[in-house]
Design a protein around this ligand. Structure first.
Ligand code: SF4
Length: 543
């Protein structure tokens, strides 16, 4: 028997940092009185790697981290990546083996591989899976690397419980339940999922088209996505048949500002557990502060809504200021905060009181009149700028230009105090049909934002440049759209600095449209899947 209640297993070095899920989860369990052991980067080709800490008293937690392993392991042109920013020196392969033998540190679908290895070693120890990969693959989903629909990760991983979304509270509840003798497969509370025999009878659940129905008719994946989105908005449960089993998610866990203050307000070393160096991902986030969770954008290609929710949950300014002060105790502190933000920085303070709002986006097709942001964020930045030892605060997480287009005072504040050479914005496209499929604002909004930006930039005598992120190959796009986009960007004096080919990551509306080649009302749309043509579209914009 291990000396730990819970053993975490993750495919990269553990970071004791509040920007990393494992750091937050371990602190939450320890705060509740549970001991946590960590198996990091196990040599998964050998199952003995999963026995090193023995058998946990309560459960194994397989944490896939903030990115889906297939999305991290492959480029959008389906080439395998050699780098993994979460690994030491960013190396995707284990060291110490002859070049001919390449052992990947993070296997594809790492959650499934690790869970099955653990199951081989410990037949009856509860396994809990969580993280973005598990959340987005909870139901039948499209896997672009295998170009097929896969069934729920719960069935393939043989795990007992799946923690959906941010999971600090759920993991503590699972530990308390197991310690009090409740069996893992009998647990059914908000923010978790499991498998059961029959479809739930009460109307608190939304039934999705079954796995088999999606295999039979591709457009059912789009329908399933919409029903999932609706259920998450309304806080309902979700259920989906897979042959004689039913995968069931028991609604969304509720988090409030006090929960975030408690979790983020803990002392973190901002180092790896083994203290050796910094992975590129940890280095990048070393002095970043999370001010809120959630995003009201609801962009079709983004999974933040499914993982963190649409509703904004903002920490208190006091809790954030306390964390900022604590940074000065770090051996590498030089006075620069790389970010105070969340999925979109300026949404801090945009907490909406409306319960069960069914709109998938607060900003599309029109900004909701109840959507408010900006004022509290400006006040927060002003407070943090005054803190002793803080030389400058950057906004690494990026801002929504459509929100700032209506907040000239905040935009001026950001350009005056919080910008380096570039201000990163994400228009992603310029053509109305594609923007509509992406749930992004119309081109006119980008135009008015650029004019506002240029006028403030001139008045402040700053030479800040806009760095637009662009996606090519999104469902609904034609090659002519890309040519038109090039002209429109040039008309605004914008040169795309980052052009991505659309990656159909699991669980997003855009991926469902990609797979089914239809829009949400099941009308057929053009979808380019040929990598060669997609590369040409990218070159068209970048050359
Ligand atoms: S009421 Fe408006 S601001 Fe609130 S969640 Fe719904 S769309 Fe967003």
């Amino acid at each position: 028997m291990s000396s730990f209640d819970v053993i975490f297993v993750l495919p990269y070095p553990f970071s004791d940092h509040p920007s990393f899920p494992e750091g937050l989860l371990k602190k939450s369990l320890e705060l509740a009185g549970f001991s946590v052991g960590v198996i990091e980067r196990p040599f998964w080709q050998d199952k003995e790697s999963f026995r090193v800490l023995g058998r946990p008293r309560l459960f194994f937690a397989v944490i896939s981290g903030p990115v889906d392993s297939v999305v991290l392991n492959y480029t959008s042109s389906r080439r395998r990546r050699r780098e993994d920013v979460y690994q030491p020196k960013g190396a995707a392969y284990f060291d110490g083996y002859p070049p001919s033998i390449k052992y990947k540190v993070r296997p594809d679908r790492a959650t499934i591989v690790f869970s099955n290895r653990i199951r081989e070693c410990f037949k009856d120890v509860p396994i809990v899976i969580g993280g973005l990969e598990a959340t987005l693959r909870c139901f039948a989903h499209y896997d672009f690397q295998q170009d097929r629909i896969r069934r729920s990760i719960l069935l393939d991983s043989r795990a007992d419980i799946l923690v959906a979304g941010m999971g600090e509270k759920q993991l503590v509840e699972i530990a308390q339940g197991l310690r009090s003798g409740v069996r893992g497969q009998d647990m059914a509370f908000a923010g978790t999922a499991g498998t059961v025999k029959g479809m739930p009878k009460d109307d608190g659940f939304v039934e999705l088209p079954s796995y088999e129905a999606i295999l039979a008719d591709k457009t059912n994946l789009v329908k399933a996505h919409f029903l999932t989105e609706m259920a998450l908005c309304e806080g309902k449960g979700i259920a989906q048949r897979h042959a004689d089993r039913v995968v069931i998610q028991y609604g969304s866990a509720t988090y409030g500002p006090a929960d975030l203050d408690r979790i983020y307000g803990r002392p973190y070393t901002r180092k790896h557990l083994n203290g050796d160096g910094y992975s590129p991902a940890l280095r990048m986030n070393l002095f970043s502060i999370t001010s809120h969770r959630g995003c009201g954008g609801g962009c079709s290609f983004c999974s933040i809504g499914a993982h963190q929710g649409k509703g904004i949950i903002s920490r208190s300014p006091e809790s954030i200021a306390m964390e900022a002060r604590a940074l000065s105790r770090h051996s590498e502190w030089t006075g620069y905060i790389s970010d105070i933000g969340g999925p979109s920085a300026e949404m801090y303070g945009g907490d909406c009181e409306v319960e069960g709002c069914r709109k998938p986006s607060c900003l599309h097709p029109e900004p909701c009149r109840l959507f408010s942001s900006g004022k509290r964020y400006m006040a927060l930045l002003r407070e943090c700028r005054k803190l002793p030892g803080v030389k400058k605060i950057f906004l690494g997480s990026g801002v929504r230009y459509d929100v700032l287009a209506d907040l000239p005072e905040l935009l001026e504040e950001i350009l005056r105090h919080h910008s380096g050479r570039f201000l990163r914005i994400a228009p992603e496209h310029t053509e109305e049909t594609v923007l509509n499929h992406m749930r992004k604002p119309p081109f006119e909004v980008l135009k008015s934002f650029v004019h506002l930006f240029n006028s403030i930039n001139r008045r402040l005598r700053r030479k800040i440049e806009l760095a637009p992120y662009i996606i090519v190959g999104h469902p609904g796009e034609t090659r002519d759209d890309v040519a038109a986009m090039k002209n429109r960007l040039m008309s605004l004096g914008l040169k795309p600095t980052s052009v991505q080919i659309f990656t159909p990551s699991p669980g997003s509306l855009s991926t469902a449209m990609y797979y089914a080649e239809c829009d949400p009302s099941r009308r057929p749309i053009p979808v380019e899947k040929h990598v060669g043509e997609l590369m040409k579209r990218k070159q068209l914009l970048t050359k």
